[in-house]
Design a protein around this ligand. Structure first.
Ligand code: 5GP
Length: 164
């Protein structure tokens, strides 16, 4: 078996739909979907359409610097979401994966005390995550290749567009 779990764009289509079905089946009707950029933006966009939620917000969190390489702690980069906009809302936090869980914990704790309710939806959750998400599509302990981050960025050099 490969040491990597691979999510293709096609599989992401059904994964995000099934994740939305879990939220709907649970009777949870979020007022706001708060995505964790960048990977969570894809998940939040798909959930927003599937659950008919138009109010999407973004939290920019930086933690990973490479495969299993991290900063000492996750940090929220500006612009930080305005808690007044979240006030009293039922919030669904969306991310691609809960690995250590530190990123989701940071965002969930940021919401707690301001919002009516906060729940988390992820495509993958790893067994050692300190946050147990309410909605999870699949569980794995392997490193995941996401379709949005497996290819290198594109760069322009001498009039040619190349992979970095
Ligand atoms: P955590 O804070 O739960 O350790 O990690 C959260 C973030 O780290 C994810 O949103 C993702 O950007 C990145 N990350 C963690 N594990 C993986 C992984 O297995 N594959 C990829 N591509 N990114 C990961």
């Amino acid at each position: 078996m490969s040491d990597r779990e691979t999510l293709t764009w096609e599989l992401f289509g059904s994964a995000s739909r099934e994740l939305a079905e879990q939220v709907a089946a649970d009777g949870y009707r979020p007022d706001i979907i708060l995505s964790i950029a960048r990977g969570g933006l894809f998940v939040a966009g798909a959930l927003g359409y599937a659950l008919d939620v138009k109010n999407l917000h973004v939290a920019n969190v930086e933690f990973y610097t490479g495969v299993d390489e991290r900063l000492p702690v996750p940090i929220m980069l500006p612009p930080v979401p305005n808690v007044v906009d979240l006030s009293g809302a039922h919030v669904l936090v969306a991310d691609d994966v809960a690995d250590t869980g530190a990123t989701l914990k940071l965002v969930r704790d940021f919401c707690t005390g301001h919002v009516a309710d906060v729940r988390c939806a992820v495509v993958y959750e790893k067994p050692h995550s300190t946050v147990q998400c309410e909605y999870v599509w699949r569980r794995t302990d392997r490193w995941i290749n996401f379709p949005w981050s497996t290819q290198p960025p594109v760069v322009e050099r001498n009039g040619q567009v190349l992979d970095a």
